[in-house]
Ligand binder design. Structure first.
Ligand code: ACM
Length: 549
């Protein structure tokens, strides 16, 4: 039985049915299948050396096996969106998708069936390619199967983002939420405000470890995506059926923007002209001023952003909304006047006014706002969707009020949190959340009514990068846990306590070989390798938690 991950709904590969050997197969792409055909030629072509030519009408093909790609939209009604079938029979490998994503996932499954070497970029000498006879019928549990990558705290250069998109697609994940701005860096070029990247994309140094650590990395850090880089990322992702959701975090987490344009800050309370891009971690008091001028400025930012992220790719635009301290607004005469003028309920009401403004502004442009669950405070903006990160409660409240929700509770699926207890984990922070814990994560809380549960679009795992200074560190925190997460959001698993973790672990044996070939610096089951440790750099385990937390 092939070790497929995520586990398909149905798979049958009778051991006595045997296998077929593929040598120079043909690729027959039906209408609507060109995208998957291109991907197969590029990826499988590189790994195997196959040219994958189309069959010539009237030519029998000399007995070569045909890989046929078909779209069967009529099956979407019964099997669901993004579903597919795969049949391996003598002379024919048939991939059928209910839609284009479904067909693409059939191709991803085909690649897994061919073995770990199918993930290489050049063929090994003498490689033999075998497929087991049998069939798969498969489709996802959720439509939002995501991961958030924080490219603000530590920048992931464009090539790393493209690689990450390939890794998401290989696990049948379909949303990449890019956290593009924060106190420590602004990562997207905005033509009308060049200083956002000229000034805001660079910091002089970085805290080395958690903020409790006394150490500093004195190497300046930075980087940003040009608008063409973003267009390339979005198009590359779309070809792999990954939607990119951009986040511009307002009104908190904004010191990099204020360092670039001091007038964005609360100038009657702090000397914002003296602020630099932040070099430390934590929750920052320097938040945006609640003025019309600031709204206009950010409308300008979002106008450019909407061009870069077309609605067909993702109707959702993330506006952050998390962790906005109110001390400056309490002290600011300008902010207090605003509260009186608008008649809103104090500083929380002001935050709500800020978020609602962009909710309406985005809706007028055919878009939907999504924000962290703090946007529920002071009144939820109509039509807004919520990323529920402070546990399930925000998501439950939002879903019961009829708002769409993406579940990403920090206690379960924050991948920056350490994945084992003990002193070897690099810069260990947060809760211990093992591979098994993530495998037992359930996106829909059991008490939710059926009607409210329908508002759970899905889930995402979040990777904040304060203590991940490069690609290897991100890989280590993200893998293998993202693999367990992918199975949770794709497969129809039983209730958490009934999940067959031993079976998942057994399938991981083959999957680690795939990750090895892909060059993923995952955490090995036995713990970090010597070069994956960061001896002497302080993290911050959650205090007062039981030993395994
Ligand atoms: C968050 O973790 N501040 C969304």
């Amino acid at each position: 039985m092939p070790e497929l991950i995520p586990q398909p709904r149905y798979a049958r590969f009778p051991p006595d049915a045997g296998t077929c050997e593929l040598t120079a197969p043909l690729l027959d792409a039906g209408p609507g299948a060109l995208g998957t055909a291109r991907w197969l030629r590029r990826e499988l072509g590189a790994a195997t050396g196959w040219a994958l030519p189309a069959p010539v009408p009237g030519d029998s093909g000399g007995g070569r096996t045909v890989i046929r790609l078909e779209l069967r939209p009529e099956t979407a009604r019964t099997a669901g969106a993004e579903s597919y079938e795969l049949h391996v029979t003598p002379g024919l490998v048939l991939l059928r998708g209910a839609d284009r994503p479904g067909l693409f996932y059939a191709a991803q499954t085909l690649r897994q069936l061919l073995g770990p070497d199918a993930y290489r970029r050049a063929p090994l000498p003498g490689a033999v390619w075998r497929l087991p006879y049998g069939e798969v019928a498969d489709g996802p549990r959720f439509g939002w199967r995501g991961m958030m990558l924080d490219v603000a705290r530590h920048f992931t250069p464009k090539d790393g983002v493209l690689r990450h998109i390939d890794l998401l697609a290989a696990h049948k994940l379909n949303v990449l939420h890019l956290h593009l701005t924060d106190d420590q860096g602004w990562r997207v070029q905005i033509r009308r405000y060049p200083k956002l990247t000229e000034v805001g994309a660079w910091r002089a140094r970085s805290r080395w470890g958690h903020r409790a650590s006394p150490l500093w990395n004195e190497t300046p850090h930075g980087g940003f995506y040009t608008q063409d880089d973003i267009r390339e990322i979005v198009a590359y992702a779309a070809e792999r059926h990954v939607r990119v959701v951009p986040e511009i975090d307002v009104p908190g987490h904004s010191q990099a923007a204020i360092a670039a344009y001091p007038e964005l800050g609360n100038t009657d309370v702090v000397d914002t002209a003296a602020l630099e891009v932040w070099d430390d971690w934590g929750i920052n008091e320097n938040v945006l001023a609640p003025t019309e001028a600031v709204l206009r400025f950010y409308e300008g930012v979002f106008e450019e952003l909407l061009e870069l992220f077309p609605a067909e790719v993702s109707p959702f635009v993330h506006i952050g909304g998390d962790e906005c301290p109110k001390a400056q607004w309490r002290a600011s005469a300008v902010a207090q006047e605003r509260i009186a003028e608008l008649g809103v309920d104090g500083e929380d009401g002001l935050q709500s006014w800020f978020v609602r403004h962009f909710d309406g502004w985005l809706a007028e442009r055919g878009r939907r706002l999504i924000g962290w669950d703090e946007i529920l405070e002071g009144g939820l903006a109509p039509g807004a969707a919520v990323s529920s990160w402070r546990g399930y409660a925000g998501g439950v409240a939002a879903a019961e009020a009829g708002h769409d929700v993406v579940m990403c509770p920090e206690q379960q699926v924050y991948l920056d949190h350490r994945q084992a207890g003990g002193g070897d984990e690099p810069m260990p922070i947060g809760y211990v959340r093992t591979l098994e814990d993530v495998y037992r994560f359930e996106p829909v809380p059991p008490k939710l009514s059926e009607e409210a549960a329908a508002h759970v679009l899905g889930a995402q795992a979040n990777a904040w990068t304060e203590v991940m200074e490069n690609r290897g560190r991100v890989d280590y925190q993200v893998f293998p846990r993202l693999v367990a997460f992918a199975e949770v959001v794709w497969s129809k698993l039983p209730a958490p306590e009934e999940r067959d973790y031993a079976d998942f672990e057994a399938r991981m044996t083959e999957h680690y070989r795939r990750l090895d070939v892909l060059g993923v610096d995952y955490r090995p089951p036995g713990g970090p390798l010597p070069w994956q440790r960061r001896p002497g750099v302080l993290g911050r385990p959650i205090e007062g938690a039981p030993p395994n937390v």
